[in-house]
Write a protein that binds this ligand. Structure first.
Ligand code: BGP
Length: 480
């Protein structure tokens, strides 16, 4: 432990982050309907399929579902897990609600009581330990029926279904949940429409048109959720959630600098501006025109977007991105989930994700300069292979180093004057990876005995990082 000399604000929301489809398991229990995550294949083929055109969403296409269906069985073990989070001193726990537990098909009028009751129990358990839930309403798990019958977020009709879903949650949990976010990594759809929008574009030609139309529907739905949330839960904080990666120019050639700026504008600021400023940014008009994107915007949409803006920005930060206008002859970054070229100054994780702690300080400064609303780092962490020693211990010093460096940069950003609400480390307990569908890419402070092949006892074990993070929270970041 080293003294950080950094001051984190009082009440800083230290904690961990998860998503329903990556840890709950119990994929068909108590009336839950099938959702997107239930039909995505696991293993190497997954990332390819996520990027695919014409993905068919048939539940029986891919036999290798494990481990999505079982997750880490949080559904039955939440008490034990929450007790471990409490032992680390968590102030906040980010989780999501599985839409198809509440509305199994997505278009029903009445919710599934058993689904609602499950989250009641989870929230009660969190509060028993003084942990504040931070809830993502939709995290990569649209009900399958909406995908197959309506074409996912292609359809405007889905706006109403989502509004009903969000309103149901606000009414039911109004005394239990103050912090909400509407769509996980909403801008990620620009690269992977399947996960966020529930459809794969027909072909490259139509990809941008369909993606931005789907996003427009989500923008209206998100604003309507903000409206409902504020009406139903006075004092609630409702945020958007972005995947944020500052875009660097590969060199100081102005052509490249502008290219990087434009990439950042399109990828990060269209979604950010609509949610926070309540309007499409000026550059969007030209971008849409040049890319043959003709949005169908109905009367009233822009008013709704303008009126019901978010209270804060939640964002995930894993990497920065380096760009160049002409990429021919460049080695591209294999692992990064977004485009880009290799940054010679950065090392990468075992999955090729470039590690850039200073990029997080840059991200926080950029977002705060532009938006002036509180920021919440709701995902950050290192996916790594962990090794269990003979005595059962797990020395994940690499994870501690990664987190220490990133948290330090958040502290620096706080000193810069940025308003940061909190930090929830991704995958605080090992869970299924979103991009690989496997267990072996681990992020947790808590190890879960579950392997890619489906074997394992599900036993939980503290890693070395468990005690380290416990002390970080205890000292409010003064010792890192
Ligand atoms: C984000 C997602 C999460 C999560 C994380 C880590 O993009 O919001 O669901 O999984 O990335 O990614 P992965 O699990 O692929 O390592």
């Amino acid at each position: 432990m080293a003294k950080s000399n950094l001051q984190f604000p009082d009440g800083f929301l230290w904690g961990g982050a998860t998503a329903a489809n990556q840890l709950e398991g119990a994929y068909d229990k108590d009336g839950k309907g099938p959702n997107l995550a239930d039909v995505l294949p696991g293993g190497k083929v997954r990332l390819e399929k996520i990027k695919d055109y014409g993905f068919d969403f048939e539940i029986d296409t891919y036999k290798y579902y494990y481990p999505n269906h079982e997750g880490i069985d949080f559904y039955h073990r939440y008490k034990e897990d929450i007790a471990l989070f409490a032992e680390m001193g968590f102030k906040a726990f980010r989780m999501s609600i599985a839409w198809s537990r509440i509305f199994p098909k997505g278009d029903e009028k009445e919710p599934n009581e058993a689904g609602l009751a499950f989250y009641d129990k989870v929230f009660d358990e969190l509060h028993k330990h003084g942990i504040e839930p931070v809830v993502t309403i939709s995290h990569y798990e649209m009900p399958l029926h909406l995908i197959k019958e309506y074409g996912g977020w292609r359809s405007r009709e889905v706006i109403g279904f989502f509004e009903n879903y969000a309103t149901t949650l606000f009414k039911r949990y109004k005394d239990k949940v103050k912090y909400w976010m509407t769509f996980n990594e909403i801008n990620g759809a620009v690269f992977h429409p399947i996960l966020g929008l529930g459809f794969s574009a027909k072909d490259e030609e139509s990809r941008l048109q369909e993606t931005f139309q789907g996003l427009h529907h989500q923008f209206v739905a998100s604003s309507l959720a903000v409206k409902a949330g504020h009406e139903i839960i006075p004092g609630s904080q409702i945020g958007c959630m972005l995947i944020y990666a500052p875009v660097y120019s590969a060199d100081c050639n102005p052509e490249n600098v502008f290219f990087a700026l434009r990439e950042e504008q399109i990828f990060d600021y269209i979604c950010g501006d609509v949610h926070v400023r309540g309007e499409y940014p000026v550059f969007a008009k030209r971008y849409f025109k040049e890319n043959n994107i003709n949005l169908e915007i109905e009367e009233g949409d822009l008013d709704i977007i303008k009126k019901y803006t978010v209270d804060y920005i939640g964002f995930s930060y894993y990497m920065s991105r380096t760009e160049k206008k002409d990429k021919s002859g460049e080695s591209s970054v294999e692992g990064n989930i977004m485009d880009g070229v290799k940054n010679p100054f950065l090392k990468a994780s075992d999955w090729g994700w470039e590690i850039d702690p200073v990029g997080l300080r840059i991200a926080l400064n950029q977002l705060y300069d532009r938006y002036r609303v509180p920021l919440f780092v709701v995902e950050n962490g290192l996916g790594a292979y962990d090794k269990i020693e003979e005595d059962g211990s797990i020395h994940d010093d690499y994870r501690i180093d990664y987190l220490r460096e990133h948290i330090r940069e958040i502290g620096e950003a706080v000193e810069d004057g940025v308003d940061v609400m909190g930090y929830t480390a991704w995958g605080c307990i090992d869970l299924v990876s979103a991009s690989t569908g496997e267990m072996s890419k681990r992020y947790g402070f808590i190890y879960v005995d579950k392997q890619d092949e489906g074997t394992g006892t599900l036993e939980r074990k503290k890693k070395k990082s468990f005690n380290w993070y416990q002390n970080v929270i205890k000292t409010n970041g003064a010792e890192l």
